[in-house]
Design a protein around this ligand. Structure first.
Ligand code: S3P
Length: 185
């Protein structure tokens, strides 16, 4: 993995080659907002996993979670990731925070030539950001403890999957998007 400040030529070639940019990271790290800016700047389509799942099913994430359970949601998430990575047109892909949990998803990411960028945010700042997220049933009970546990569990997986890491702490969405572009070339 490279840090944002250590942008390399190879990364730029990878983007020019037409690899997807895949944003990974915790709930509240700004994947969707940063994805929108990247999509506009690069003139590429944005595929936002949670949005696609909601469109496909006609249900909100919360409804899927409550009516069908987390495993059904995770299955939809895997299918959506596979579909997104398969597209030939270079795109920006905003994943859900839990995408790295499944071995299948991790293999899909590793096997693709997508450029995977981890948006990293301090857990205290994350807590402030996620308090009102209706689409985050994982944080319904005792969000602080849950979030800290989830962060500890996933941090090594994000690290393992990421080609590059961009710190989100105290940066505007635009600055984060610019950092992603710098680290990608
Ligand atoms: C989840 C993150 C959410 C959403 C669902 C599960 C997770 O997406 O997919 O609530 O397991 O971290 P965001 O990362 O966009 O909040």
């Amino acid at each position: 993995m490279i840090e944002a400040s250590r942008a390399g030529v190879a990364r730029s070639e990878k983007i020019l080659d037409g690899s997807h940019i895949v944003l990974i990271g915790m709930m509240g790290s700004g994947k969707s907002s940063v994805g929108r800016v990247l999509s506009a700047r690069l003139e590429r389509p944005l595929f936002d996993s949670d949005e696609i799942i909601e469109e496909r099913t006609g249900r909100t994430i919360r409804e899927i979670w409550e009516l069908e359970g987390e495993p059904a949601f995770r299955e939809l998430e895997t299918q959506t990731l596979a579909d997104n990575l398969e597209r030939a047109e270079p795109s920006v892909i905003a994943t859900g925070g839990g995408v790295v949990l499944s071995e299948r998803n991790r293999k899909l990411l590793v096997d693709s030539d997508a450029h995977v960028v981890w948006l990293m945010l301090d857990v205290e700042l994350l807590l402030e950001r996620v308090r009102n997220g209706a689409h985050r049933p994982l944080l319904d009970d005792d969000p602080e403890t849950r979030l800290r546990r989830i962060f500890e569990e996933r941090e090594p997986l994000y690290r393992e999957m990421a080609d590059a890491m961009v710190s989100v702490d105290n940066r505007s969405v635009l600055d984060v998007a610019k950092a992603v572009l710098r680290c990608c070339g």
